[in-house]
Ligand binder design. Sequence first.
Ligand SMILES: NC(=O)c1ccc[n+]([C@@H]2O[C@H](COP(=O)([O-])OP(=O)(O)OC[C@H]3O[C@@H](n4cnc5c(N)ncnc54)[C@H](OP(=O)(O)O)[C@@H]3O)[C@@H](O)[C@H]2O)c1
Length: 336
Amino acid sequence: MRAIHVKSYVSGPADLTVTTLPSPTPQPDQYLIAIHATATNFFDLLQIRGKYQHQPPLPWISGSEFSGVILSTPSSNPNPQFKKGDKVFGASQGGYATQICAREEALRPVPKGWSFVDAAGLMVTAPTSYAALVTRAGVKRGDYVLIHAAAGGVGLAAVQVAKAFEAIVIATAGSKRKLEVAKGYGADYCVDYNKPKWEEEVKKLTPKGRGVDIVFDPVGMVNTSLKCTAWNGRIVVIGFAAGNIEKVAMNRVLLKNVSLVGLHWGMYAREEVETVGVVWKGLFDLMEQGKFRGTVYGDRQFSGLESVGEALGMLGRRETWGKVVVAVPQERGSKL
Ligand SMILES: NC(=O)c1ccc[n+]([C@@H]2O[C@H](COP(=O)([O-])OP(=O)(O)OC[C@H]3O[C@@H](n4cnc5c(N)ncnc54)[C@H](OP(=O)(O)O)[C@@H]3O)[C@@H](O)[C@H]2O)c1
């Protein structure tokens, strides 16, 4: 197989190279999958530089999210959920490759009518946004929901989930193009958060200027967002894309009766596994009803593992929107 095999940390994605390796041997509880598309994530950029919280011992294969076709089922499982030839998407270390081994819990079936490219970026962002808004913030019809970095991976998923629950979405982003994209996915209002006093603009969009009911924050904007949050507002902390972990003015949290909650999707599999199924059921229902579609960056196409470095570079420079996905053409001789 071919893969981006990291033998030593690199200074940036331009230094990544594709090498040929023996096909991986699945553990008895693992499937072997032929990868047809792989999605990029910001944490891949940290990991190739040795700066992520999960660093496997070198050498390892970079990448995580993928979609593809089952080549073999787990030898220890007589009754596997997927069979040879099934289309799946998932996430596991080593997504920048033509083949990967993964356990059943790391896989889901490609939704009906979805392409490999669309499905490749579903595993991390879609459930994060659904769990944040539905499980943690209890989004409901008529809520005013402020979604920061709304054209990013989790942002575009959040816009769709909030709209599916009939909320009113105020999207923020840092460029005209990104605001346009958020609008295309259903945002009701768009605000450029690079403009000074953007929070006043947000407040004016809410009834009697009361502020928003829910803030979805993958950037690190809690302090300013508290200024445009309504009484009983809920703020969900998703991430720190701007690179700064805030110290929050807790007096504002108290004065407005605000609930400030975190969401760590990856930990649900360990701490609250029953919720994982509930969240995915909710998402698959939305997909079936046509209320949730793929968010693949469409201003440019990427194909072949050789283009992963460029795709990651553009992601890191904030030049993209949605999920940046690389199609993985099948190796010569492959029948799937
Ligand atoms: N809590 C969880 O379980 C969980 C799960 C998945 C992801 N996350 C986190 O959520 C955050 C967003 O993830 P994502 O997949 O949506 O990433 P993404 O697709 O790269 O989007 C991040 C967005 O953040 C905005 N941004 C603001 N300041 C930035 C900066 N200094 N550098 C880069 N981007 C900046 C950019 O939008 P503008 O250009 O419009 O400003 C960008 O579109 C990350 O921190 C990620 O680690 C958390």
